[in-house]
Design a protein around this ligand. Structure first.
Ligand code: SR1
Length: 354
């Protein structure tokens, strides 16, 4: 160990009863005997509220499972709220969490104009705040995301390659959701420089029945625009709906480019004749675990970078088929680091199985 780091580690270990400490991205190592229980002050398990705008669908189910498992492992209580897309309800959920004096709040999606004031209110009450897929201008807030600009660019780039630089693209998009807006920014940028990648129609719905709604919209769009030969649908519920629509009309010449991944998505992509040829994704459970770690570290008053980005990976239909991958568990086996980035994982968390 370098002398500077060693002295930092030694000093902090003495001062903070040798608890694991994250310092400007360096993870210091606590002595082995100190990691058998979580380092909560007074040994009182903290409460983390998870306030969600959306919760229906594979992505959100997997994300929640990861967050719950991590919270359990770290010895925290996780209290969850779901607003089912109702932004007023989300504000009310934030206020309930503040009134209940939770130690930290993870705000999952939501609109900045409605969330900003309640985030400020939480901070005023000394509640730590972590957001996922929601940006806050307050520097005390830690923002977790999936590097959606990169995700957007990688899937658009794959579409350009597969379509050999020329396509009539149907685009599934709903504005107002930060990850979708970031992915949209990349698609817009690419269209500027590659005019042969033409957007000929756009549609989309985000609701508790997104897949069915997008399927119907896709059928209508394909009937109105028979020239469409590629569909950019960068959210798995969009890609599932678009895939169903293409199959319903037996349009063998249309390819779907999506985002996210789940066992259901893998099975849809790998099926013989599936138009869904590529997706760009993280493991949602890993992102959920990362958000809980961020909240735990902030409760302990430790450093967490303002932006924590879990990097996405491009996954193709060819890859899934050639590796005989049919479930998330199998995918995680063939791509071990995909599901276990270990982001923000300190030695004490690791020792506790978090
Ligand atoms: C409606 S927003 C849906 C997206 O949120 C998460 O970022 C997932 O990746 C999903 O695509």
């Amino acid at each position: 160990m370098q002398p500077l780091r060693r002295s930092l580690v030694t000093g902090l270990a003495l001062a903070a009863s040798a608890m694991a400490t994250v310092l400007a991205g360096f993870i210091s190592v606590a002595p082995a005997q100190a990691v058998s229980r979580p380092p909560w002050p007074g040994r009182k398990a903290p409460t983390i509220a998870l306030v969600r705008q959306l919760c229906v669908g594979d992505f959100f189910t997997q994300w929640l499972a990861g967050a719950q498992a991590e919270a359990r492992a770290l010895g925290t209580h996780l209290v969850t709220y779901c607003a089912n897309g109702d932004n007023a309800q989300m504000t009310a959920d934030m206020q309930t969490a503040i009134t209940n004096k939770v130690n930290a709040i993870i705000v999952d999606h939501g609109l900045a104009p409605t969330m900003d004031p309640v985030i400020e209110q939480a901070l005023r009450h000394h509640i730590r705040v972590v957001t996922f897929d929601l940006e806050s201008s307050d520097r005390r807030v830690v923002t977790v995301d999936q590097n959606d600009l990169r995700l957007g660019l990688d899937i658009v780039d794959e579409m350009m390659n597969v379509m050999n630089g020329k396509a009539d693209v149907g685009y599934v998009y709903v504005a107002g959701f930060l990850p979708l807006d970031k992915r949209n920014a990349e698609w817009k940028a690419v269209q500027q420089f590659f005019p042969d990648m033409k957007q000929v129609a756009t549609w989309g719905t985000v609701s508790s029945s997104t897949i069915a709604a997008v399927q119907n919209e896709t059928v209508a769009a394909l009937e109105a625009h028979p020239d469409i030969n590629a569909i950019l649908a960068p959210y798995d519920a969009f890609a599932q709906g678009a895939t169903n629509g293409v199959l319903q009309l037996h349009r063998k010449n249309v390819k779907v480019f999506g985002a996210d991944i789940s066992t259901a998505d893998i099975q849809t992509m790998a099926k013989p004749g599936s138009p869904w040829v590529a997706t760009c994704a993280t493991d949602p459970a890993d992102v959920g675990r990362t958000a809980v770690r961020a909240a735990a570290l902030r409760i302990l008053g430790q450093f967490v970078p303002s932006y924590v980005e879990v990097q996405p990976t491009l996954i193709t239909q060819d890859f899934l088929r050639s590796h005989h991958v049919r479930t998330m568990a199998q995918l995680l086996k063939v791509m071990p680091t995909f599901g276990n980035t270990g982001m923000l994982q300190t030695p004490w968390m690791k020792a506790l199985g978090g």
